[in-house]
Design a binder for this molecule. Structure first.
Ligand code: G3P
Length: 214
């Protein structure tokens, strides 16, 4: 399973890269707005820093607007993936971008049928939001499982990119279900290596070694 970082923060991106945990990045308007400044400059900087795919989201409402924006965003780098909302217009844009050979990430997916529509439109990735579903007492991971089954049934090449991840358990469940990618906030990615028994074990090895050698 690939690890993308769900951020527009360059320090977080550089840290994850240093740890070898950066297969790609997903941004969205909220994440870019948190960084402030010139969003175009920030997005270009991210595209330069990251070797893998970088999702940049269109904000137009019509397919025509989205396709025009996609052309602009694609000029930011060869690794740009156009993030398109799961709306009827977004699906038209996804199909058109597919025909042009452009990669897309269809976002704001909350049902298995939405994911099926995105795959039929030729999406490169679909982004189901597990944390937001959990937040309204729906089972986010059940959605991932259903999409996995549908995509496997028909051998769709569209990758399942688990988004809106809130905790390490979401990452574990994504891997067990066989999702292709998890896009993870920096706070959660930092927690993945931690285990209290690792810390305890290390402390006792150190104490025993000190008693032997000092
Ligand atoms: O980038 C898409 C998704 O991961 C956003 O997550 O935390 O705003 O629900 P969140």
């Amino acid at each position: 399973m690939e690890f993308f970082l769900d951020t527009a923060n360059i320090v977080e991106i550089r840290n994850a890269k240093k740890q070898g945990l950066l297969d790609g990045v997903t941004t969205n308007p909220t994440l870019l707005s948190r960084e402030g400044g010139d969003w175009r400059q920030q997005a270009k900087l991210i595209c330069e820093e990251v070797t893998g795919p970088v999702s940049l989201e269109v904000m137009g409402e019509t397919a025509e607007e989205m396709i025009a924006e996609a052309g602009d965003l694609a000029s930011f780098g060869d690794n740009v993936v156009i993030k398109v909302p799961l709306t009827s217009e977004g699906l038209v844009a996804t199909k058109a971008l597919y025909k042009k050979g452009m990669k897309t990430n269809v976002t704001l997916v909350f049902s298995p049928l939405q994911a099926l529509l995105a795959a039929k439109a030729g999406a490169t990735y679909v982004s189901p939001f597990v944390g937001r579903l959990d937040g309204i007492s729906h089972d986010g991971m059940e959605l991932i499982s259903q999409i996995r089954t549908i995509f496997d049934n028909y051998e769709f090449p569209t990758k399942i990119l688990v988004a809106s991840i809130r905790n390490p358990l979401h990452v574990l469940d994504s891997a067990l279900i066989g999702a292709d990618v998890a896009t993870i906030p920096y706070k959660v990615i930092s927690e993945l290596a931690k285990h209290p028994l690792t810390d305890q074990g290390l402390a006792s090895f150190k104490a025993d070694w000190d008693s032997l050698t000092k």
